[in-house]
Write a protein that binds this ligand. Structure first.
Ligand SMILES: [Ca+2]
Length: 588
């Protein structure tokens, strides 16, 4: 017997043929198509529109849509038994999250330290699998650690649905709170290092790829770090990237430590990486791979310095924009989920249709599981659903084996609501989404603080050597007591005078050449310059130069840079000048 849903309500804006060709991750494109079709499908208007008019943010709207149109279907067809658990308010309300994945010693923890410019409590760095836990790094006024079991009962955190992964996993899961400007707008998930070939026999005691998949579905960005120096495609690495399937749009691959190999070797490694990614993802060319050296240690080989710096700037811009794109990401994920729910509903109701009421149920169940691929293609044709919306067949067969097959039949009313969500409700949110973006401030749209501060300044603006003329010769030597840099000043003075200062000052260009010799990335040097040029005249005098030298040493020792120059680091002569700063300005 056929379903009772009328053709009208089932209509999907993308024809079946198009669907086969359109790659699934390109949801933004399909969203555009949705808004086109909403014009054509006016007869479907206004049934769910009422609730949407009462909401004021995209987030609230998504929550309402989920609860009213998706959740009932998920419950009705046991969606959580097969795919993922139902969503809660915290899943919609949380800050954008970044999942950082990588083999051991690919520089995961160092990368996070680079983003935060500080260590997080409990992080350890080393070649051995030191980071053996999943750690959610989140903002908090006071530093602290919450352990896994406690996290699964906290309704404010989006981790409650992790409890089915078991105690072994929960013992390896924690949340770290710390006051950090970057964390005010994003959260970061650090993960255990993916095991290398040699360690593959080590068992984790929980389903690592499944946990990775859960996180991949819930985060905004997945950063997969690979080591250019020793790229190794282990079994667990393959399984992990397999688990990311369906979330390719969130994935950014970073080929880290690229400064440790020469250009020729780098090309070889890049090729090998693309080849192995290509085996897993059908469209590896849409994946963005960043090549670079994402840590603030000096570069080993500087041949590709410029490339690395551009890549770093690109990646940071991508991360910085996460808050801006967060609403769109949630919307995309909801669309993705809704399409899976719809496919699931049709599969389950097809199975129900085939099942006999009383006799030979076990045999029929086995037959149906065996025939699942045929049921898939029949359902796709019958309901005009894209094959890309369907869950992985093998996995579905596995889950069906352990199910009692007490399914429910087709419920046209519920499915009509879902179609409405996909066809019109989402499209109606687009103006609100644009409006929200226009009204938001930079602080809300962009990640602030840490390496996201205006880093390219002074002589380190790419391709813009600093030219600043005009100086007021005198450099007043005042008492230097209480300046921590005093003891190192003679060392820096020697370099300073060797660089032949003009009227007691060094120009940006001269200092730049010297600073570049430290091989620190330009973004870091740019910030050091900004901090060191206390009087902002585009030049460094001997004290400012010593300060720059001191900051470089601090950075090379692996510490973060201060956001603003702390009082004790301000050169003594500038302390006075700061007090009478306005007078000086007028004289200039
Ligand atoms: Ca200066």
């Amino acid at each position: 017997m056929g379903p009772k849903v009328s053709q009208e309500k089932r209509r999907w804006p993308v024809s079946a043929q198009q669907c086969i060709q359109v790659p699934r991750p390109l949801l933004e494109t399909s969203l555009l198509k949705l808004s086109d079709s909403s014009m054509a499908g006016k007869e479907m208007k206004n049934r769910g529109g009422k609730c949407l008019k009462e909401v004021h943010t995209v987030n609230e709207a998504l929550k309402t849509l989920y609860q009213q149109k998706l959740l009932p279907l998920e419950k009705y067809y046991d969606f959580s038994d097969f795919h993922s658990s139902s969503l809660e308010d915290a899943d919609f309300d949380n800050k954008p999250m970044i999942l950082v994945l990588g083999q051991c010693s690919t520089g995961k923890t160092t990368f996070i330290r680079y983003l935060l410019e500080q260590e997080y409590p409990g992080s350890r760095i080393g070649p051995e699998p030191t980071t053996d836990s999943f750690t959610a790094i989140m903002h908090g006024e006071i530093e602290g650690i919450i352990h896994g079991n406690a996290l699964t009962v906290d309704p404010i955190k989006p981790f409650r649905k992790l409890s089915p992964f078991g105690t072994t996993f929960l013992n390896r899961f924690q949340c770290v709170h710390l006051p950090n400007r970057v964390l005010e707008s994003i959260s970061i998930i650090d993960t255990p290092g993916i095991l290398s070939v040699a360690k593959r026999k080590m068992s984790r005691g929980y389903d690592f790829p499944a946990v990775v998949r859960w996180f991949a579905e819930h985060v905004d960005r997945i950063i997969l770090l690979c080591d250019a120096h020793k790229l190794e495609i282990s079994d667990e690495f393959s399984h992990t990237i397999m688990a990311l399937r369906g979330n390719e749009d969130k994935l950014r691959v970073v080929l880290n430590k690229a400064d440790m190999v020469d250009s020729q070797e780098l090309m070889r490694v890049y090729g090998a990486l693309m080849w192995s990614l290509g085996k897993v993802f059908c469209t590896p060319e849409v994946l963005r791979v960043y090549i670079g050296s994402f840590w603030s240690s000096p570069m080993r080989m500087t041949d590709n310095r410029k490339l690395f710096e551009q890549e770093e700037a690109d990646l940071f811009a991508d991360i910085q924009n996460l808050p801006r794109n967060s609403a769109l990401r949630k919307l995309n994920d909801l669309v993705k989920r809704a399409r899976l729910v719809r496919a699931h509903a049709y599969i389950i109701s097809s199975l129900k249709e085939e099942m006999p009421f009383v006799f030979c149920r076990e045999k029929k169940k086995r037959d149906l599981i065996y025939d699942l691929p045929i049921i898939y293609s029949r359902t796709q044709q019958r309901y005009q659903i894209s094959p890309g919306d369907f869950p992985d067949c093998a996995k579905m067969q596995e889950r069906l084996m352990s199910h009692d097959f007490k399914f429910k039949g087709l419920k046209p009313k519920l499915l009509a609501g879902l179609d409405e969500l996909l066809n019109t409700d989402i499209a109606k949110l687009m103006p609100l989404l644009r409006q929200e973006e226009e009204e938001a401030t930079d602080d809300q749209l962009l990640v602030q603080g840490g390496p996201f501060l205006g880093s390219h300044s002074g002589p380190f603006i790419v391709g813009n050597p600093f030219h600043h003329s005009g100086s007021n010769g005198e450099s007043d030597h005042v008492s230097e007591e209480g300046w921590v840099i005093s003891k190192d000043k003679p060392k820096f003075d020697e370099i300073f005078y060797n660089l032949s200062p003009h009227e007691g000052k060094l120009s940006g260009t001269k200092v730049k050449n010297w600073m570049m010799s430290t091989r620190l990335p330009s973004s870091v040097l740019g910030r050091i310059w900004k901090l060191a040029d206390v009087d902002c005249d585009g030049m460094l005098d001997d004290e400012e130069f010593a300060l720059a030298g001191h900051l470089i040493e601090v950075k090379l020792e692996g510490f973060g840079l201060p956001r603003e120059l702390p009082a004790h680091l301000v050169p003594p002569s500038k302390r006075r000048r700061k007090n009478s700063g306005t007078e000086n300005r007028d004289n200039d």
